[in-house]
Design a binder for this molecule. Sequence first.
Ligand SMILES: N[C@@H](CCC(=O)N[C@@H](CS)C(=O)NCC(=O)O)C(=O)O
Length: 209
Amino acid sequence: MENTLILHSFGTNDRSGKVRWLAHELGLPITEQKVAFGAQRQYPYRDLNPFAAVPTVQWRGQTLIESEAILTYIAEQYPEQQLIVLPTEPSRADFLQWQAISCTTLEAKLVEYTLAAAGILPAEIQPLTEKTLRFKLRIVTERLPQQGFLVADRFTVADIHLAYSLRLAVSSKLLDWSDVAHYLEPLMTRPAAQQAEFFGSIQRHAVPS
Ligand SMILES: N[C@@H](CCC(=O)N[C@@H](CS)C(=O)NCC(=O)O)C(=O)O
């Protein structure tokens, strides 16, 4: 199909989940190409993504890498869906700021912390990053909206990026579920998030005991 997005990923929990969620929001057909762990460092995969990481997307004749850029680029192709905040909108600065907090300030450190906890990366990473992460996550939770979305009174890709980091923070016990439930629960009910199985790793937190 012309609009089918080919998504290279390890599974549902890596950053490809953000692309998968967006694709479902937009109703884009997805063809999944699973990458065995380790194969991302080999050819032919590195012909697609020289940086040896997932996600990689093939879409409309282009190869796209870097999840933040992928989400922005795809969302921009559907301006009527208003999934990004435009330079002409009053909330533009807030939108860029939340994206940067999620993708730059939090995400890489959280992924490393989680992988260290799982024994995939050296255990020393955890004590080196924990204090900073706990501090920054506390500031984020203080700034979360009491209800609704991060910016512009609508769902945007900034919510997808932050939800990815918050999900990692909850599953690695850097945050309590109660700190973020009011923000994440409405996102978890979105059909596209459920189709993408985005919150699978923390679903049990949302089920009342
Ligand atoms: N900034 C990149 C990071 C990509 C990244 O590091 N992906 C991880 C999975 S979430 C990966 O492929 N790790 C394998 C490796 O580093 O060898 C993005 O947002 O796409």
